[in-house]
Design a protein around this ligand. Structure first.
Ligand code: GDP
Ligand code: MG
Length: 180
């Protein structure tokens, strides 16, 4: 690592219904592991990962998971505070997790203090043979709500790295979002 590189720390949230694979996506991205027995409550606040961008600068990501609180709709305003990016996850095999996306967006609007935070919609579990939400439905929802969009699988690793990298790239391109 060259000295003098800029180090930017970004706060990224992962939200969405319980069971959609939020913790699995995080573990896949940070540790490159997947556990079918992923417990509903893993009890971590956040995990940290460094990314090297094309210009050679490092970006440190503090990625906040929920320790199962989303199940009871008790994510506190502190969870959302100062986040620059959010990954909103649904499960392509469960329509109801897609139907509840609007609720998550309104919670974001209520609690996130940066109005210009970058949002990435992730349709997870595309490895599964069962599907209740088409790629097109996901894409339409994302466009309507000005979000980035990708389909992914924490199980096979498809789309996972791209989801985080595109989110970070967009944050770094958004004036006033990450400086200071
Ligand atoms: P969370 O409640 O949103 O954090 O969801 P978890 O990460 O705990 O995952 C819930 C369940 O879905 C676990 O049994 C995972 O193994 C499973 N799961 C997560 N991601 C995937 C995926 O991409 N494909 C499949 N088939 N199962 C997944
Ligand atoms: Mg979890």
């Amino acid at each position: 690592m060259d000295s003098g590189d800029t180090l930017t720390t970004l706060k990224i949230l992962i939200i969405g219904e319980s069971g959609v694979g939020k913790s699995s996506l995080l573990l896949r991205f940070v540790d490159d592991t997947f556990d079918v027995e992923q417990p509903a409550t893993i009890g971590v606040d956040f995990k940290v990962k460094s990314l090297m961008s094309v210009d050679g600068n490092r970006t440190k990501l503090a990625i906040w998971d929920t320790a199962g609180q989303e199940r009871f709709r008790t994510l506190t305003p502190g969870y959302y505070r100062n986040a620059q990016g959010v990954i909103l996850v649904y499960d392509v095999t469960k329509k109801d997790t897609f139907s509840r996306l609007e609720n998550w967006l309104s919670e974001l609007t209520t609690f996130a203090n940066r109005g210009n935070l970058v949002k990435m919609l992730v349709g997870n579990k595309i490895d599964s043979a069962k599907r209740e939400v088409s790629r097109d439905e996901g894409l339409k929802f994302a466009r309507k709500h000005h979000m980035l969009f990708i389909e992914a699988s924490a199980k096979t690793n498809e789309g996972v790295k791209t989801a985080f990298e595109e989110l970070v790239e967009k944050i770094l391109q958004t004036p006033g979002l990450w400086e200071a």
